[in-house]
Design a protein around this ligand. Structure first.
Ligand code: DP6
Length: 499
């Protein structure tokens, strides 16, 4: 571009920005073990159900600009290092694909990128957040560089299970045979609309970060479990059977295979050395509850599955949701006043069936054994959002970053409040967790510094004001009372300065 007055060349700051969302998926035939760690190639094929993004999704904005001096990434409001092998591999692969397919300009590929990503659910809660996160990153980058066609092998570079989140509905990830992993890709076997009655309940037993991550866990199993060979021998047949059950909407068989599969995954984990145990006593009681429910009905009405953590994912048909959620609340009562216990899709109230109740040999647990339940359903794959949904501002900086976490038990999850401080900085706080945790977020990184200063200034002024009002009061009072107040003010001053 040329200046219309002096005709000198002007540098135009260009930035391409893309925002996308991607879903979580929960495996019904689990991926556990790699045949090639560097290329993230699995030891076995797996199958999963992609969940609705209304309840669980990752959102990512990627921006590329000639003006960015370096690549940067922010995850859930905090800047993190971008120099991890997984992110670097993913970036390398997508650029390589763009070059091979000549999908975009070379200059766009040479620009640095900024990535900003957030989840609408607790990240460390063992809810397949890495699958949604890496699928979203791969999908957003594919939109940025106009890469078309299957990109599940690129998402796989971030996290194996992420390749399944590239598709909605019911998905199979074929392990592939080739050494370069070109045939280790995901494919949709049926869209989410195929089985409209299917529902999912996620019972969050712990929202703490797991002790053994899946990457490390599956490596130990591959190296030490002698039961693993038997497992690998039955997986392909299991995938075939569960695919047929899904296509026929045969819930009984789908549920049986899902439960057998989950049990076998946790058996090989226990057979690893040192043993890995992801399920807790509460997880096992959930298993007992599900089996008692199925026995009462004479066939499978609910299926459980557990990933690398204690949280249960229950598959069931819509008609059983009211009774199953009532039973869960009966045996695992929520902490009193926890209105966030059951979130997601609405659930009709069901009166507990006393006959059924008497067949369930599960002791009623102390309150809070299950933290909360998310009610959801199968959903579609990643989506491209509009510019107004961008997580980055016009300068390519995050619109919101976390500055502090505070405790406010009286507020509700999702509660928002906005405050405009003296310097015009806008402070937005959103309650994000069930129990007393509130994230305080600000509009941009620039404003974080300004606000931190503002908060300090405010407290300094407050201290001075307090001291001044103490002194004024002393001068107005009678001598004896004044002496008394003076002593009090002194104590107050000492306390304030100690603070
Ligand atoms: C138990 O995909 O997290 O959830 O490829 O090492 O990142 P990496 O592992 P990851 O493993 C998921 C394991 C699982 C089962 C599954 O989702 O299939």
């Amino acid at each position: 571009m040329v200046c219309c007055y002096c005709k000198t060349k002007l540098k135009v700051a260009t930035m391409k920005v893309i925002t996308c969302t991607a879903p979580v998926n929960i495996a019904v035939v689990k991926y556990w073990g790699k045949r090639d760690v560097n290329r993230v190639l699995p030891a076995n094929s797996s199958a999963s159900v992609t969940l609705d993004q209304k309840q669980l999704r990752a959102k990512t904005t990627v921006a590329a600009s000639a003006d960015f001096e370096e690549n940067r990434i922010w995850l859930n409001g905090r800047e993190e290092t971008i120099e991890t092998p997984r992110i670097q591999n993913l970036l390398k692969e997508i650029k390589q694909r763009a070059k091979e397919t000549v999908s975009c300009d070379d200059s766009l590929l040479s620009w640095n990128v900024r990535i900003c990503s957030e989840n609408n659910f607790p990240t460390a809660a063992g809810l397949a957040s890495s699958a949604a996160g890496y699928a979203c990153l791969a999908y957003s980058l594919s939109q940025l560089y106009n890469v078309s066609g299957d990109i599940s092998d690129i998402a796989r570079q971030g996290s194996g299970s992420a390749c399944r989140s590239i598709y909605g509905g019911f998905v199979v990830w074929d392990k592939g045979e080739l050494a370069d992993g070109k045939d280790s890709i995901a494919r949709q076997i049926a869209p989410h609309t195929h089985w409209p009655e299917l529902r999912v309940l996620i019972l969050v037993v712990s929202d703490q970060k797991k002790q053994t991550g899946s990457t490390a866990g599956m490596q130990v199993t591959m190296e030490t479990s002698s039961l693993m060979a038997a497992r690998l021998g039955v997986i392909d047949q299991r995938i075939e059977k569960i695919t047929a059950a899904i296509l026929k909407k045969d819930f009984h068989t789908f549920a049986e295979l899902t439960m057998i599969e989950s049990n076998q995954l946790h058996a090989v984990c226990l057979d690893s050395y040192p043993p890995i145990s992801y399920m807790t006593d509460v997880s096992r009681l959930i298993v007992n509850l599900v089996h008692a429910y199925n026995t009462y009905h004479g066939q499978n009405k609910v299926a459980y599955t557990f990933d690398a953590g204690p949280n249960a994912c229950l598959y069931l048909l819509e008609e059983h949701v009211p009774m199953v959620t009532s039973l869960v609340q009966h045996f695992f009562p929520p902490i009193q006043g926890n209105k966030e216990f059951l979130t997601g899709l609405p659930v009709k109230k069901a009166k507990l069936n006393q006959e059924l109740l008497s067949t369930i040999a599960v002791p009623i647990q102390p309150t809070g054994a299950i933290k909360f339940i998310i009610h959801t359903q199968p959903g579609p794959g990643p989506t491209l959002c509009s510019n107004k949904d961008s997580l980055l501002d016009n300068a390519g900086m995050p619109k919101a970053v976390v500055i502090e976490t505070i405790d406010e038990p009286s507020t509700k999850v999702g509660d928002k409040d906005n405050q405009t401080l003296k310097n015009g900085v806008s402070l937005a706080r959103t309650k994000v967790k069930g129990k007393g945790k509130t994230l305080k977020v600000l509009k941009s990184e620039k404003s974080v510094k300004a606000t931190k200063k503002e908060i300090n200034l405010k407290t300094k002024h407050e201290r001075k004001d307090k001291l001044r009002s103490g002194q004024n009061r002393v001068s107005k009072l009678g001598k004896r009372r004044g002496e008394h107040q003076g002593r009090q003010a002194q104590v107050k001053r000492q306390k304030t300065s100690q603070k």
